[in-house]
Design a protein around this ligand. Structure first.
Ligand SMILES: Nc1ncnc2c1ncn2[C@@H]1O[C@H](COP(=O)(O)OP(=O)(O)OP(=O)(O)O)[C@@H](O)[C@H]1O
Ligand SMILES: [Mg+2]
Length: 399
């Protein structure tokens, strides 16, 4: 069975390096591995110090690399839809080149990359797909897309299609506007079905891990926490946090203050992501480029462990709607008689039980919600929030 590992994190933290190191290590252990960059600003090739393209390129035994490219993907995946969109744009008076250029709709990059993941999975050619994703914001959009697509498919598409079947010939005749033909609808529908398939793959905890790469800096950690929250909401399993560029003790006086700051932040990382494990990688004294350095990074992060292992299974917490309330449930690693203390500042929720402390970033729907109840039973801490207004699509049953 194919395993999928997605690396994400704030810009510049070392996602590409860690993704490449993971892929190399896995390939050397005998897994047929493809590492796929979905970031429009590709640097995966640089990391291996060689040219990569939009089709899989063999890098080493058992190892292939690929840099997703939106135009290339459109050609191979949904030319029909693009043809229609560009004919619409041409009808609006745009010249040919412009129409071609504009027919790449927002979100298409992400969509194209997702389709590639699904293709590789379905092909059965690989044991492991490592995804070097774009910085967090874009990755969240990427991972949110299947959900949005499903919503659209379920509610809007059938209606629109019915209306179009009746109105299209008339509109076409009256305005000269190109109207979508049957094959455009079919391509669209197929696309959305694919999105559903992708969502099922990425949300399958037996298949997929989303891993967060971070550095020991306040803003980086904060962003990582926020994305961790969203992965939970979308139901994407997180099994590992990689804390990259940790300054070694012998880094010298110049880095003294940096090292002290890192030491202060390190426990915060454990508190924020527990029980998901955190693994450290040192700040190397040279760039991580080429197989030798990638191997060193892989060894630092994984040691003797198999990089394709599931380092954590389960959901550290879930949020769901229950009538008039949102219920946040959090698994605690112990049964305690001690008092559970909650404190909230803005979007942060701190949970303290004796000397144990956890820090969560609340999903947006809960930030302004009043805490109305809760309890602790069978390792499960339950916090109830008042729900205001109707539940929006995509939030229902999320967790
Ligand atoms: N542990 C490390 N020690 C030293 N240098 C590192 C380490 N990790 C990464 N680097 C270097 O830092 C730079 C950025 O790393 P990388 O490209 O992997 O980050 P990224 O998170 O993918 O960035 P982007 O958000 O731009 O995609 C690279 O030059 C890389 O060689
Ligand atoms: Mg990168």
């Amino acid at each position: 069975m194919t395993r999928i590992i997605v690396y994400t994190g704030k810009g510049g933290v070392g996602k590409t390096s860690v993704a490449a190191a993971t892929a190399l290590l896995a390939a050397e252990r005998g897994y047929r591995t493809i590492v796929l960059s979905t970031d429009a600003a590709h640097s995966l090739g640089d990391s291996f110090d060689r040219e990569l393209g939009p089709e899989p390129t063999e890098i080493a035994p058992n190892l292939w690399g690929q840099e997703s490219e939106v135009f290339h993907n459109i050609d191979t995946h949904w030319g029909t839809i693009q043809d229609y969109v560009s004919s619409l744009l041409r009808w609006r008076g745009l010249d040919d080149v412009m129409a071609e250029e504009m027919s790449v709709l927002p979100g298409m990059d992400e969509l194209a990359s997702l389709l590639l993941i699904a293709d590789h999975y379905d092909s059965g050619r690989y044991d492991l797909i490592v995804v070097d994703a774009a910085p967090t914001g874009e990755t969240l959009r990427l991972l949110g897309l299947p959900e949005a697509g499903r919503w659209w498919l379920d509610r809007v598409y059938p209606i629109q299609r019915k209306i179009a079947a009746v109105a299209a010939p008339i509109v076409g005749r009256m305005t000269g506007m190109p109207t979508p033909k049957q094959d455009v609808y079919e391509a669209g529908e197929q696309l959305f079905r694919q999105l559903e398939h992708i969502h099922d793959l990425l949300a399958d905890p037996e298949l997929t891990s989303v891993r967060i790469v971070l550095n020991l800096e306040r803003m980086v950690i904060k962003e990582a926490q926020r994305s961790f929250t969203y992965f939970h909401l979308y139901g994407y399993p997180t099994d590992l946090v990689v804390c990259n560029r940790v300054l070694p003790d012998d880094a010298g006086d110049y880095f003294g203050a940096w090292r002290e700051a890192q030491k202060r932040y390190r426990p915060m990382v454990d508190e924020s992501f527990a029980p998901v494990p955190v693994r450290d990688a040192p700040f190397f004294d040279e760039e991580v480029v080429g197989e030798r350095m990638l191997r060193a990074l892989g060894a630092a992060v994984f040691g003797d462990a198999d990089p394709t292992e599931f380092f954590y299974r389960g959901r550290p917490y879930t949020v769901r709607r229950d009538g008039e309330r949102y219920v946040l449930e959090l698994e605690l690693p112990f049964t305690s008689r001690e008092e559970v203390k909650l404190s909230r500042y803005g979007d942060e929720l701190a949970i303290t039980v004796g000397s144990w402390r956890r820090n969560l970033i609340l999903p947006r729907i809960l930030v302004d919600a009043e805490t109305v109840g809760g309890g602790f039973r069978d390792h499960m801490l339950r916090i109830e929030f008042a729900a205001a207004g109707p539940v929006a699509a995509g939030q229902k049953g999320a967790g």
